[in-house]
Design a protein around this ligand. Structure first.
Ligand SMILES: NC(=O)c1ccc[n+]([C@@H]2O[C@H](COP(=O)([O-])OP(=O)(O)OC[C@H]3O[C@@H](n4cnc5c(N)ncnc54)[C@H](OP(=O)(O)O)[C@@H]3O)[C@@H](O)[C@H]2O)c1
Length: 762
């Protein structure tokens, strides 16, 4: 009766209900629920209903009637629970435990539905010391404890998950409205009346009462979806729980473990700091932006301070693999400019002991082996000749870890290959030139895939200490080699020619050389420092009717500009390094054999056409053939003139499409085609003309000018000529050129369509 009395006195309609939009409906529903509760609690306690349920065996009609009543009662309890938990988040569906007794009345049923959770029961049974919660919701939030709604809405489903820096408290989501207070008080009244061991509702109210001190705490829980407030201002909700909780005594068996863990988490100093940090810098996008900006500023300041205290020249060690002229000039430039102290530079001597003295004279460490240099250095520069760079890099590969910045100055060796040989792409390729020896190099660099901007900066500073450096795409490097790599040679030629002119005009040689060099130096300085266009500078010097313009006229007549342009352009041939290699290889191989050339080939072939590339190459070829420089250079050499004329003839007749016609020898029955020296007998005339055609075709297909091929060939002339002492220089050059071109063209053809060839060597 006490339960019913409490319920009746507390669960009455409020005056304020008429302000709610659906107040009539609410009134009716509540009235209905009230009547049903009284009805089912007073007149039809469950044991009666249960008996009635059993009576279905005796009277089907009577049984069906009372089963309906039981169903209605359960619906009532469910509806009432929705008053507390809201429509979306219903309490767990009531399942009658197998050995539990049926609830005696609807209030008990309601209580059971609010508090049933096996999971929570297990957790609570682990420890049972008396712990109270000393922190409100906003205090918990300040130390980084987050709130989340539980998955189920039984009052027992309260969980706390601590972690190193944060914690998460899960609470059932409840709806607070005007009926909630009556509901809670009825449940409290029920628990008090039946003296439960674990009064969950009372403990829950006390727990929430601890979390809520004022409207701020309600706001925290509301913002996290734990509370839904239909009651009015947050302060009213705070007062509701404070009022009910004030007269209640929590049971020490319930929520103890959770309260203990929360208290421990709140006392963690780390959590406090982290939560403070998070709230200060992540509370709004502006605070976060300011934090990021301040952090970036701090990092930059720290970096700047670091490099001020330890400048890059202090931290890096530089090693040269290849102690040649370039290495010496770069090392000297870096040491003498103060960029890198000499003791931080090292190298090793390969075979020439004089190089040791050269390096040690300005303080560079000379180590026993290449591997010692790599181990010692942070930046490794490969300054060996291009033909050995591959072997050297491959040999050192195990030591070339990614923490070492690798640099190559080997002419014509591509980054792709260097990276492949080294096993990583923190590689930079640099094309310097010889004036680096006097600190006036013109260098260009290109960064490999894994080389950072800082790496680029470092190399720029290093080569900047011996001149100027630019950055460019690697595909321009061939053109760069033609201009700045070979450029010094053109200028030396110009200086020499100017000096010769001076001598011819009666000047002493020494004076003429000095004047010529200083004139070139001063002019270059003017062009570089003033930034004026060279044409403008030239116009400034050439006064009308004066001697300067007369001299310029002479130069123009001689094709001075065209000659220089061609010289710079001719090296920009992509295939040049490969061709040079083959050319020298075959010429050397052929020439090192004594007597008449022993390289004999039995050829049964039809030369393939390679139409696809021919048009492009023909254009290149003819543009070169037309150049004044080449024409003049070869004017005295009959055989070269012949080759050029052949090229011209081929172009005019359109036969270039066909390719040269080499007589077809079948494998059996015909004498083999023998490549011999140009000193051939009458029976070998056909071969000689074939060579000429093949050489002509090679020049056309390769796109390399005759001049360049001859220049490359001259490198090998001296070492090979002793085999051919009977030949004049001119004949010897001719022989090498034709044989070399013949073999290369043969290979070209073979590589294009190997199936067209049948080449047994004998
Ligand atoms: N010179 C230029 O104007 C210029 C311009 C641009 C680029 N480059 C490039 O710079 C590089 C060096 O040119 P450089 O003029 O300085 O040539 P260099 O004077 O001939 O120097 C090459 C050095 O490499 C050494 N060497 C050879 N094999 C070696 C090995 N297996 N291990 C260690 N060292 C080895 C040689 O030693 P030994 O003499 O004792 O055998 C020599 O001291 C070349 O790749 C070149 O293409 C040069």
């Amino acid at each position: 009766m006490k339960i019913i009395g409490d319920f009746l006195s507390l669960h009455t309609l409020q005056q304020s209900d008429h302000r709610r939009p659906m107040w009539v409906l609410t009134w009716l529903v509540r009235g209905y629920l009230l009547l049903l509760l009284i009805y089912t609690s007073l007149i039809y306690p469950f044991y009666v209903l249960q008996g009635a349920e059993h009576s279905i065996h005796f009277s089907p009609l009577f049984g069906i009637l009372f089963a309906g009543v039981i169903f209605v009662c359960k619906m009532v309890a469910s509806l009432m629970s929705s008053l507390l938990f809201g429509k979306k988040r219903q309490v767990e569906k009531y399942q009658r435990p197998p050995h539990d007794q049926e609830p005696a009345h609807i209030l008990e049923l309601l209580h059971t539905m609010f508090t049933r959770s096996q999971k929570a029961k297990q957790k609570q049974s682990q420890r049972s010391y008396g712990h109270n919660l000393y922190y409100s919701a906003k205090d918990l939030q300040k130390v980084g404890i987050h709130f989340k709604p539980s998955k189920t809405n039984t009052l027992m489903d309260v969980e706390f998950h601590p972690s190193i820096f944060y914690g998460t408290l899960k609470l059932p989501a409840i709806t607070i409205e005007s009926a909630t207070e009556s509901m809670l008080r009825n449940l409290v009244a029920y628990e008090t009346a039946v003296s439960l061991d674990e009064p969950w509702v009372i403990s829950y109210i006390c727990f929430i009462d601890s979390l809520i001190n004022d409207a701020e705490d309600v706001k925290v829980l509301r913002s996290k979806g734990i509370l839904t407030n239909y009651l009015g201002p947050d302060q009213k909700v705070a007062e509701l729980f404070n009022q009910i909780g004030r007269s209640l005594e929590p049971n020490t068996n319930v929520y103890n473990e959770i309260q203990r863990e929360i208290n421990i988490a709140c006392e963690s100093i780390w959590k406090k700091w982290i939560a403070e940090w998070e709230q200060t810098y992540f509370s709004s996008p502006w605070a976060f932006t300011a934090f990021v900006a301040a952090s970036a500023g701090l990092v930059l300041t720290a970096t700047q301070t670091y490099y001020t205290v330890y400048p890059i020249s202090e931290t890096y060690k530089l090693g040269f693999i290849g102690a040649g002229k370039m290495a010496e000039s770069i090392a000297k430039g870096a040491a003498q400019s103060g960029f890198l102290p000499a003791p931080r530079i090292s190298t090793s001597i390969h075979s020439n002991p004089a190089r040791r003295v050269a390096f040690e004279s300005f303080g560079v460490k000379v180590l026993p082996q290449n591997r010692n240099v790599v181990e010692e250095s942070d930046v490794v520069i490969f300054s060996v000749k291009p033909q050995v760079v591959r072997d050297v890099v491959l040999e050192l590969r195990p030591l070339l870890t990614k923490d070492k910045l690798l640099v190559s100055i080997a002419a014509g060796t591509k980054l792709k290959d260097l990276q492949e040989w080294a096993g990583h792409s923190r590689f930079i390729r640099v094309v310097p030139n010889t004036p680096s020896a006097v600190g006036e190099a013109a260098s260009v660099m290109c960064l490999g895939g894994a080389a950072s901007e800082e790496d680029g900066e470092l190399v720029a500073k290093l080569f900047g200490s011996v001149g100027k450096i630019w950055r460019a795409d690697e595909k321009l490097f061939d053109a760069i080699v033609g201009l700045s790599g070979s450029g010094p040679a053109y200028i030396y030629l110009a200086i020499e020619a100017l000096a010769d002119g001076g001598v011819a005009a009666g000047l002493p040689r020494e004076l003429a050389m000095g004047l010529a060099s200083q004139t070139v130096l001063g002019s270059a300085f003017m062009a570089s420092k003033t930034g004026k266009h060279p044409g403008q500078l030239k116009d400034d010097v050439a006064s009308p009717g004066g001697t300067t313009i007369a001299g310029i006229h002479e130069l123009e007549k001689g094709g001075f500009r065209g000659t220089l342009m061609n010289a710079a352009r001719t090296l920009a041939t992509e295939s040049f390094p490969v061709i040079r290699f083959f050319f020298l290889f075959f010429v050397s191989t052929a020439s090192s054999l004594s007597g008449p050339l022993d390289l004999k080939m039995v050829i049964a072939m039809k030369l393939p056409r390679a139409r696809e590339q021919r048009g492009r190459r023909r254009r290149k070829y003819h543009s070169r053939l037309r150049t004044d420089s080449v024409t003049r250079k070869v004017a005295g050499d009959e055989w070269l003139r012949l080759i050029m004329n052949k090229g011209e003839e081929t172009r005019n007749s359109g036969r270039a499409r066909e390719g040269p016609k080499i007589p077809t020898h079948s494998w059996d029955g015909h004498p083999p085609l023998v490549i011999r020296t140009y000193e051939y007998g009458p029976g070998e005339k056909v071969t000689a003309s074939d060579k000429m055609k093949m050489a002509c075709q090679f020049v056309q297909d390769s796109g390399i000018s005759v001049e360049i091929l001859c220049g490359q060939q001259s490198e090998g002339n001296s070492m090979m000529s002793y085999h051919y002492q009977t030949l004049s220089n001119e004949k010897f050059t001719e022989m090498l050129f034709l044989d070399g071109c013949f073999i290369l063209q043969f290979l070209f053809s073979f590589l294009r369509k190997p199936q067209n060839l049948n080449i047994p060597f004998c």
